[in-house]
Design a protein around this ligand. Structure first.
Ligand code: MN
Length: 312
C-alpha cells in the first residue's frame, strides 16, 4: 500500500520500554489508502515497532461495488517487506520486477523492497462484494536492506490446530509450524482463528508481541481487544493467554525488539534522512532504481519532504 502523508511528525523511531502497562491497548488511527479507509495499528507514537514489524493497516470489511475494489497506483518502497493477507476479496499485485499476481483469501504476498522496488495494487476485474484484509511492513535489517528486491506468493501456508484455535502461519514459526516465506530477522506472524473460549500458547520470552483483531472480541490476558485496537505485550512471556468472547480472527505478530533506530518517511524505511532524500530524488526523477510497473495507472508522486525546500 501507499501512505501519502506519513508524517514528517513521525521522525525518528526509537524503541520504547515502559512496562507499567502490559498488555498495552492502543487505538488504531483511521486513515485512507488509495480508495480504502484503513485502521492503522502501527506505527503509533507510543508504539513504533513490534519486533521488526513497523506498519500495519487493517482494511475492511467493506462493501465494494463490482470492480471498484482496492486501487493503489504505482509507488516505491525501500528497506522493507510488505506482507499482504486477504480475508475477503481479491487484489492484483504488479511490481517493477515484472510480477503480476492475483491474491485471494488464504494466500500470502510477500514483497521485499531492498534498495528499491515499485508496485501497484489493483482490482482483479472479478465481481467481488467485500474487501477485507491487512497489509503489514517489516523493516529489513541492515544485512539485507540494501540488497535486491524480490517477490513471493504463497498459496499454501502451514496450519496448526490446538486449544480452541487454528493458526495459519504467514511468516516465521508458531508452535511446531514454520512458514516457508522469507524472513530476514527473528520474527513471526500468524492468523489465529478462535472459537469462543480460552486459548493458551507458547511464546518466546525474547519476543515482544502484538495482536490486531480483524473480527470478533477477545480478552488478551485481562484487557479487551476489538477491531481497531492493537494489543501489545512486552518481552518476557513464556506463554500468551487469549480468551475469545465470540468467534474471532486476529493477526499475531512478534519479534525481537529492534536494536537499531529506523526512520520511516512516506513509503521508505531507512536509517537516516539522507537515505530518504536519495530515494525521494530517485523516485521523482524516475531513475532506474525503482524500475517500471506495468500498470495503466499514473504513478503516485511523493510528497515533498519537510526538510527539502520547495524551491530547490
Ligand atoms: Mn506499497
Amino acid at each position: 500500500m501507499n501512505e501519502p502523508q506519513l508524517a514528517p511528525q513521525l521522525g525518528k523511531i526509537i524503541s520504547q520500554s515502559t512496562e507499567s502497562d502490559d498488555p498495552q491497548i492502543l487505538p488504531s488511527r483511521l486513515t485512507t489508502v488509495g480508495n480504502m479507509s484503513v485502521r492503522r495499528a502501527l506505527p503509533k507514537r507510543q508504539r513504533r515497532t513490534i519486533g521488526a514489524w513497523c506498519f500495519a493497516d487493517h482494511f475492511g470489511p467493506v462493501q465494494v461495488h463490482g470492480t471498484s475494489a482496492m486501487e493503489v497506483a504505482p509507488h516505491p518502497h525501500i528497506g522493507l517487506q510488505t506482507v499482504t493477507w486477504v480475508l475477503d476479496g481479491e487484489i492484483v499485485h504488479r511490481d517493477s520486477l515484472g510480477s503480476e499476481q492475483l491474491i485471494k483469501r488464504g494466500e500470502l504476498n510477500l514483497m521485499t523492497a531492498g534498495r528499491g522496488v515499485a508496485h501497484s495494487e489493483e482490482p482483479s476485474g472479478s465481481t467481488i462484494d467485500i474487501m477485507h484484509g491487512i497489509q503489514l511492513w517489516i523493516a529489513q535489517p541492515s544485512s539485507s536492506r540494501n540488497g535486491k528486491a524480490a517477490f513471493e506468493h504463497h498459496v499454501s501456508l502451514p496450519e496448526i490446530n490446538f486449544d480452541n484455535l487454528t493458526a495459519r502461519v504467514l511468516v516465521g514459526t508458531f508452535g511446531e509450524a514454520t512458514s516457508s516465506a522469507r524472513i530476514d530477522s527473528e520474527l513471526m506472524g500468524a492468523q489465529l482463528t478462535l472459537s469462543i473460549g480460552e486459548s493458551t500458547f507458547e511464546a518466546r520470552s525474547d519476543f515482544e508481541y502484538g495482536i490486531i483483531v480483524l473480527e470478533g472480541t477477545v480478552m488478551l490476558e485481562d484487557k479487551m481487544v476489538i477491531p481497531g485496537h492493537l494489543g501489545y505485550l512486552h518481552p518476557g512471556r513464556n506463554e500468551i493467554r487469549i480468551k475469545a468472547l465470540e468467534p474471532s480472527t486476529l493477526i499475531l505478530i512478534g519479534g525481537e525488539p529492534l536494536n537499531e533506530e529506523i526512520y520511516i518517511w512516506w513509503n521508505f524505511v531507512a536509517r537516516a534522512q539522507d537515505e530518504i532524500t536519495e530515494a525521494y530524488n530517485d523516485w521523482k526523477q524516475q531513475t532506474e532504481r525503482f524500475g517500471k510497473v506495468d500498470s495503466h495507472l499514473p504513478i503516485i508522486e511523493s510528497p515533498l519532504p519537510h526538510w527539502i525546500s520547495s524551491s530547490s
